[in-house]
Design a protein around this ligand. Sequence first.
Ligand SMILES: [Zn+2]
Length: 437
Amino acid sequence: MSGGASLRLIGDYVAPMDEALSVHSPGFVDVTDGRVAACGPLSGAPLPPDGAVVSNVGGLVMPGMINGHAHSAMTVLRGAGEGLPLERWLSEVVWPREGRLDPDDVEVGMMIGAAEMLRNGVTTSNEMYFFPEAVAAGVARAGMRAIVGIAIIEGLARFGTPEAQLEAGVALRERTLGNPLVEIALGPHSGYNLGDDTLRSIRDEAIARDMLIHIHVAETPTEGDAVTARTGRTVPEHLDDLGLLDARVLAAHGVWLTESDMRLFAARGVGVAHCPGSNGKLASGIAPVRSMRAAGVPVAVSTDGPASNDNLDVLEEARLALLFARLRDGDAAALGVSDALHMITREAAAALGRNDLGSLEEGRAADVIRIDLDRPEYEPIRSPSDVLGLLVWAGSSRDVTDVWVAGEHVVDSGVVTTLPLDDIRAAGRRIADRIAG
Ligand SMILES: [Zn+2]
């Protein structure tokens, strides 16, 4: 369908990911002008919108998943340096390769990542990488929704001063305002990498323009030691002291947050992106997700970059989040299916300050996925709500067959309709060879 047209999708099961985690069987979703016009049980459905195409897609229909923290253009670095300890992996493998990337490479890497995410049922990703204009171009070509963070980092001469990076980011935002699928955010690398004056300038721009600040926080136990030695504060306390937490903030990782850091984040409305797969691969630790949510911090379950994961599969991360939380607490009730599904849909949207996404409630974005249930791993379905537990514990993102972003059909029967995928994959292999040096 094209913009402005209307659509009714009918599913054997429709899970709008509302607060109560309803499952309508059968259910419907009406889409008009890229937004959800109505959703509910088919038995109580109004007449379809004027001129709507009615499509009985069967299966499970739900909102597209949200990836709360990713560096997806790193698909071209995937698999490099496997098994090296973190410091050697960064200094010998990642940084030299990144130093050889140009904007066209980043656009290709992002398109590969976007194609992978769309096929996995991910319709929005919160990105942070160098050459953000190339990241934005890649997601725009894929027809995916993204928040594109301007990486702001100290100590990389190639990208200029942090002030110049901030200025370029604000300019990119002005140029991108007309694209409803792309939001430009500010991505200061971390509270320990950047100086106080730079962080204050970032806060000022973010608040003045209602831009999200996307920042790494407490990924490892020792990364904030210098800040604490200098200020006597934890990194979250230091960021709050600078006023940064008064902006919309998404903190990635949060593995080593203290209880008082969590209360501070809750009080300031800061969301956390939890990356269990990446934290496991790099042995960073297990984030205290149960405590964060109990304190009132919204959590988005996320992949992190594909060089440290190595896929962009949010549903798999949701399962890992459940497993890790239960192992951490030694308690099978630590986190449940409803928690996992909320943390990849509506709660992830809340963590990003984007309550226009993440559920099929009226007025929200028509980002919708359809999952094939005609597979043995979805037996038995004895009542409609069984579908959700089967999806999380037994199913896979490989079962996603169709994806709509803002009502546009961008994955049709498993095929990405927006990109010449064979050409892009070949280009990605050439880049991986070249940057290996
Ligand atoms: Zn990261």
